[in-house]
Design a protein around this ligand. Structure first.
Ligand code: ZN
Length: 314
């Protein structure tokens, strides 16, 4: 099998209130809400998917807004994705600095650790987000009236894993996922998944003194990597079983199929299929406009809708 992992697929986080989450990712960052559904494991909670026009794998950030259920804030620490980076065109950080300031979002300017300019900020739930400049990101942005295309975010740039022993994580990724090292910096390693373009990057940071991560509000739950089809996913699953790595059965997530497992540093990884995608139950033009439920939850629609907080498009 020749490098079955294509790119990142999505990043999924546990967040606070649904409306402020929508307002931030669509209103401030200019992402498209491509799917409004529920957490298939807990339909009292929304599952929002943000991305480009079609929610192309590698552009997708997804959130579970748990704020109305009294879930506690998580702990940022080892065994976790501690930063989610978005890709911005070269020369656009001045625009983003002004836009964030206007929206009342605090931020700092920094070097990405690998030579790019970057902005670091916290989203409304406390997730660490970076906007990283990229000289070559050909992915088309989702057009938004008040964000010129020349500045619009192109999708996920990459994620940062914090672990106590980067070598174990690196060895697993290079051996099982056929990744390569794209850079070494003061902060750690940059690993390329099927090439080093934005949307295909994982940074590994060592922190021996970090507390053990605890999932909760304001933390990333997992990162998913994209494969072309279910047969590749099954082959990867068999390989995990062969290595003795605990892995879930294949789960039907309606827009993709998923398996989940932990890399040696404790970070939850998912392998998700690229098909069928977000147009399986909505037209491209109307993606994200209606609450979509998987077929097995449709009989419960009235109860589910009554329990979810009301939200308006941002
Ligand atoms: Zn996922």
């Amino acid at each position: 099998m020749d490098r079955p992992i294509r790119s990142l697929h999505h990043v999924t986080a546990t967040v606070s209130a649904a409306q402020e989450d929508l307002d931030f990712y669509t209103g401030v960052l200019g992402q498209r809400l491509v799917k409004k559904t529920v957490n298939f494991d807990n339909p009292r909670v929304y599952h929002f998917y943000y991305g480009n026009e079609r929610g192309t794998p590698g552009t997708i950030m997804t959130t579970f807004p748990y704020g109305h259920l009294g879930v506690r804030p998580g702990v940022h620490g080892a065994g976790q994705i501690t930063e989610t980076s978005f890709s911005a065109p070269d020369g656009s950080l001045e625009f983003w600095a002004e836009r964030l300031a206007f929206a009342g979002v605090e931020f700092t300017l920094e070097d990405s650790g690998f030579g790019e300019e970057a902005i670091r900020l916290r989203d409304p739930s406390g997730l660490t987000i970076r906007i990283v400049e990229s000289r070559s990101d050909p992915r088309p942005p989702w057009p938004k009236r008040d964000i010129p295309d020349a500045h619009a975010l192109r999708g996920i740039h990459g994620v940062t894993l914090t672990v106590r022993d980067p070598q174990r994580t690196l060895a697993f990724m290079s051996d099982f996922m056929e990744t390569s090292v794209a850079g070494e910096g003061e902060r750690g390693l940059r690993v390329a998944v099927n090439g080093d373009a934005p949307g295909r990057l994982v940074e590994i940071v060592r922190d021996e003194n970090a507390p053990a991560a605890v999932n909760g509000i304001g933390t990333v739950h997992h990162v998913a990597f994209a494969v072309d089809d279910p047969s590749q996913q099954l082959a990867l699953r068999q390989e995990l079983v062969r290595r003795g790595v605990p892995v879930t059965e294949v789960l039907d997530r309606q827009y993709f199929r998923s398996i989940y497992f932990r890399e040696p540093g404790g970070v939850l990884f998912e392998v998700a299929t690229i098909p069928p995608g977000f147009t399986v139950d909505e037209e491209v033009a109307s993606l994200g406009s209606a609450l979509k439920l998987p077929p097995w939850e449709e009989p419960n629609r009235a109860v589910i809708e009554a329990a979810l907080p009301a939200v308006r498009a941002s």
